[in-house]
Design a protein around this ligand. Sequence first.
Ligand code: EPZ
Length: 420
Amino acid sequence: MDKIIIEGGKPLKGEVKISGSKNATLPVLAATLLTDETIILRNVPKLVDTNTMIKLLKALGKDIEWDKDKLIIMSSGKISPVADYKMVSTMRGSICVLGPLLTKLGEAKVSLPGGCVIGVRPVDLHIKGIEALGAKVDIEAGYISAKAKRLKGARVYLGGASGPSVLGTANIMMAATLADGETIIECAACEPEIEDLANFLNEMGARIKGQGGPRIVIQGVKKLHGADYKISPDRIEGGTFVLLAAMARSNFLIRDIDYSQLMALDDVLAKVGVQVEADKHCVRVKPARIIKPMSITTYPYPGFPTDLQAQYMALMTMANGVSVIRDTVFPDRFMHIAELNRLGAHIRRESGSAIIEGGKELSGAPVTASDLRASAALVMAGLVAKGKTEIRRVYHLDRGYENIDKKLIALGASIRREKE
Ligand code: EPZ
């Protein structure tokens, strides 16, 4: 495992380019199982999670190679319906091969993904969706085994106790592309990554409408063909750098960002006292002398994203007052509290919320990353803390942020990577 060492307090300037979206790339890669023709994907981020999905697709029978910055996906023959435990357990996002395998092959055997530090991560909505399309589903020995001669279009409500499911919507939308007849997904996830996936599927010849809204309508087709598609910029990486700029009081340029996808963040930042100047593909944050405390609750899109909750908590440690954070999507996604406190923050948990007493200056210390977005919060805090911060287990960071240390060094940060 690697560790990252940061000397905090360096001014950040220059510009950073946001990479392609991890959470669009994973379902788009899974969707390549829906055709035997060649697919070219551009702006694919070179991440640990991308490589994990590529490994899984190769194990299922796809031929995949990088051609400079393009990813070429071809079929070399028979596709296996089995996604085994060791592949799926390393990355929950692998669950989104279930819908494509089932609708293309008539069968799928995908390991239950198991939980992770941010929550239990159930898949009941995925199963409800494929059963609604006519699949026979058995759960045996830790696997979801699904069979269906040909899926049949249906109307299905995919809302759960915590609202819509992003990958649940992705799975059912992909399964419905080759089903017989019309499928209507009610309470669909509205995340931009679902829109990206639907736009890619339509490039392949699917007939999908309503993506980005709570009702998605899919007319099944007989076959999907190859496509050449560019992945959109990563909404969460973009939001992470906007929050870093606010924290470091720096106005470096953030390029390749669609800021219209971050309106919940923009709304909160305006109340915190941070102005963001945005044009079509770039933003600059105007440094704020005083950062005001602002409590937030995360919600499914277009609410404040749970994937920016840890990073926002890091910013609130600098606010001149007390703020409260509640996460309705992953109520226990607070592993970063203990580590931020090691850097001098004053945060406590109280009946399901986090209470942040801002204004204490952060000072460097050794900390340990626990999950992807918590790691980003620790890097942000380390960049503004006095002295040296050492972050262990940065594997988590590499899962979702492409070359983040190189990007930060280019902005003037003092950051280096070492073997643990
Ligand atoms: C996606 O996970 C993202 N991952 C997560 O990002 C993100 O935090 C999450 O959506 C919410 O926005 C990818 O896209 C690869 P969900 P997903 O199904 O689809 C409950 C990151 O940091 N639920 O939308 O797995 C679930 O427990 C990662 O990039 C059910 O109840 O999340 C949660 O409370 C972390 N039953 C809520 O729904 C189900 O069948 C939202 O989960 C499925 C989910």
